[in-house]
Design a protein around this ligand. Structure first.
Ligand code: A3P
Length: 304
């Protein structure tokens, strides 16, 4: 019975939770500049505009933290929920009018941003985004591929458990008997950053893709956000007062004036332990892919 309820709650959260979460984001971070007469803007100038920036991934890389932190900027209007326009056929077929409707109201001069981590590894998406806007600014937040994979597994496990569905232990999914790693496992595939990035680089010049260090965003969010502001051509408006470290959460949280909030409990979940030998196997497997990724982006990361 408990599981039945949990399943329903999860379904409700998935249907409306993102909106709720991001509704909070929109009203919380931007209500003041939008509604206050002090800024002198006209309500009639509020419109839904197609995005000029997209956070394309990676899933579990820190995409929600990046979006919410960016949304603290007064020149940014962030989409409420993950839109899945370019990667889901049923949405893509709905056309640009539908896509625009998913965007938040924005003032002239504000930059509309959406995030859909599923875009990064979806083969059709780069060409579709380019067809819409060759000048689109793309943000890619990456994280140690092994940590990302464990985070991905943890999320799937959590969702399955909430629906009373079984999901095998990670080691069982990763290892194929004595034949080594099962590299077909989706979370492994999603951690092959070079493979996916190559498709984006076939559609966009490197200058249109800004890579955010997910580890850096955890340790020192402001430094990463300053680089993002610069990439998006935004005035440097985010400052140390926008972030504070919450000991209970173990992460930086957001601050706007007197109001403070952390990301919800689905962000920053504890990960299951992973055997040392398997960890080494994974690190060995990813190392060549990581090197390839580093050469594509022209920088290195301190990953395993
Ligand atoms: P874990 O839950 O594995 O720790 P995404 O939003 O793309 O799903 O990414 C989720 C990850 O964002 C979390 O993974 C967490 O590590 C990371 N993250 C980065 N900054 C965070 C913050 N300030 N608060 C919570 N999680 C944050």
């Amino acid at each position: 019975m408990a599981c039945w309820w949990a399943g329903w709650l999860l379904l409700l959260a998935e249907a409306g939770g993102a909106c709720l979460e991001q509704g909070t984001l929109e009203s919380w971070a931007q209500a003041a500049p939008r509604l206050g007469n002090a800024s002198g803007f006209q309500v009639s100038s509020l419109q839904r505009r197609l995005p000029q920036g997209i956070i394309i991934g990676v899933r579990k890389g820190g995409t929600r933290a990046l979006l919410e932190m960016l949304a603290l900027h007064p020149q940014v209007a962030a989409a409420r929920s993950e839109v899945h326009f370019f990667n889901r056929e049923e949405n893509y077929r709905r056309g640009l009018g539908w896509y625009r409707q998913q965007m938040p109201l924005s003032r002239p001069g504000q930059l509309t941003v959406e995030k859909t981590p599923g875009y990064f590894s979806s083969p059709r998406v780069p060409a579709r985004v380019r067809a819409l806007a060759p000048g689109m600014r793309l943000l890619l937040i990456v994280r140690d591929p092994v940590e990302r994979l464990v985070s991905d597994y943890t999320q799937i496990l959590h969702n399955r458990q909430a629906r009373c569905k079984p999901y095998p232990p990670l080691e069982q999914l990763l290892v194929r008997g004595d034949r080594g790693l099962d590299t077909r496992y989706k979370p492994i595939q999603r951690s092959l950053y070079a493979l996916h990035l190559a498709r984006w680089l076939a559609a966009f010049p490197p200058a249109h893709i800004h890579v955010v260090d997910g580890g850096g965003l955890i340790r020192e969010p402001l430094a990463e956000l300053r680089r993002v502001e610069q990439f998006l051509g935004l005035a440097p408006r985010l400052g140390p007062d926008n972030f504070y470290f919450n000991q209970t959460k173990g992460f930086y949280c957001l601050q706007a004036g007197a109001r403070q909030r952390c990301l919800d409990e689905s962000k920053g979940r504890p990960h299951p332990p992973i055997a040392k030998l398997l960890l080494e196997q994974l690190c060995t497997y990813f190392s060549a892919h990581n090197e390839h990724f580093f050469s594509l982006v022209g920088r290195t990361f301190n990953w395993c």
